[in-house]
Design a protein around this ligand. Structure first.
Ligand SMILES: Cc1ncc(COP(=O)(O)O)c(C=O)c1O
Length: 391
């Protein structure tokens, strides 16, 4: 196996060593599956306990719980370099995207361009709009496992309303060149929606730098939160151009007005919200996001890139088929290898105490800040024992 250089080794070792004790799962498992769910930290467990205590002690502290929602909004906004009024607090990524879709008209422009790397929810939401006049076009993956920008060049035209792309593909770990696609789309008058679920928390995501118009994310993977909380960003100038028709009282201009006689959506991105906020998941989400900020997202990216270089070298030695792009700037935190029977391989690793996952006949190995070189080596040693299940 490749030797990591002395400086790399110090860095690669120090980050997990300083935080690992906060994630009890490592006492009994090699957990390397954050593309599916982040590991539970002491901070997130304490946040859930705090929620139960507040409920028990105060009964129904709704004003405080609405305040918690604002804290979550501000925490996520800071994370992606947005303003809080550009962020909706949702219950999933799907909820924010569905609200956006409900507010778009497909009259003047009708085309939605998506990629073959999208998570099912994205394809399903846009195809559902075909009943409302949308025309959905898929940009295909090339033979080398990338989606060349030229494909977007051919697909985005003056009938294109929206280009919907995923930052990091959940099936193969490939990272798209967001800025190039955004520039192309904007040149032709189309908006861009970025699904950042597989990138946020694992690498710096800056909505201003990327210049995306809309962005959806959730907190349960690299942001260390739990299911039930998502965020949706809309560029300030665009918020009032969209009139969601999938809505709810927490999208109202004044949620305390309790007015059932009209629809006056918030003049902020809160118009993409719906009903009662997911209070328990908000407590957990704030704790997860703040913990990731404390750990350092740029440091995490650097650490995981080093770890993944080591992992890919090891996979090459095993003559595995790595389907994740080789270039570090073209991949997220996830490394995938082809398998003859991905379910059986995940189960075999699981029996040895190693938690991974699979999609699309690929084994998914997804390291985060808490994973060490020893974790990567444990995965590689186990894969060597189960070599026959790798394709
Ligand atoms: C890329 C991507 N998008 C979306 C989702 C899920 O979104 P939602 O919060 O709507 O369930 C996932 C979750 O696995 C994902 O990996």
């Amino acid at each position: 196996m490749r030797d990591v250089s002395a400086t790399e080794e110090v860095r690669t070792k120090s980050l997990p060593a300083s935080i690992r004790h906060r994630f009890p799962i490592f006492e009994h498992r090699v957990y390397i599956n954050s593309c599916s769910q982040g590991a539970l930290s002491d901070a997130v467990r304490a946040a859930y306990e705090q929620y139960l205590n507040d409920w028990d002690e105060k009964g129904a502290p709704w004003e405080y719980w609405v305040e918690r929602q604002e804290t979550a909004r501000a925490s996520f906004a800071e994370l992606v370099n947005a303003a809080p009024d550009e962020v909706a607090v949702t219950t999933s990524l799907s909820a924010g995207v569905a609200s956006l879709a409900s507010g778009l008209r497909f009259a003047r422009r009708s085309k939605v361009v998506l990629t073959d790397w999208e998570f099912p929810t994205i394809g399903q939401i846009w195809h559902a709009q075909e009943a409302r006049g949308a025309r959905v076009v898929h940009v295909k993956e090339a033979g080398d496992g990338t989606i060349p920008v030229e494909q977007f060049d051919a697909a985005i035209d003056d009938d294109t309303l929206l280009v919907s792309i995923t930052h990091v593909c959940y099936r193969n770990g490939a990272m798209i060149d967001v800025r190039k696609i955004v520039d192309l789309a904007h040149e032709r008058g189309a908006y861009v929606l970025l699904d950042a679920f597989q990138s946020v928390g694992s690498l710096p995501v800056d909505v201003k730098e990327l210049d995306v118009d809309f962005l959806g994310a959730g907190v349960l993977k690299y942001l260390l939160g739990s299911a039930g909380l998502g965020f949706f960003y809309a560029k300030r100038d665009l918020v009032e151009k969209v009139w969601p028709t999938t809505t709810g009282w927490f999208a109202d201009e004044n949620i305390f007005a309790m007015d059932h006689t009209d629809y006056s959506p918030a003049r902020t991105a809160a118009r993409f919200q719906s009903g009662t906020p997911p209070v328990p998941a908000i407590y957990a989400g704030i704790a997860g996001i703040e913990l990731m900020k404390e750990i350092g997202i740029a440091e995490t990216r650097e650490h995981v890139n080093e770890l993944n270089a080591h992992l890919i070298d090891g996979l090459d030695e095993l003559k595995a088929t790595v389907v994740t792009p080789r270039r570090p700037d073209r991949r997220g935190a996830l490394v995938c290898a082809k398998s003859k029977d991905a379910n059986a391989l995940v189960a075999a690793l699981g029996r040895e105490g190693i938690v991974t996952s699979e999609r699309d006949s690929n084994l998914r190995i997804s390291a985060h800040a808490y994973n060490s070189v020893e974790d990567a080596d444990a995965v590689l040693a186990s894969l060597q024992r189960h070599r026959k299940l790798l394709a």
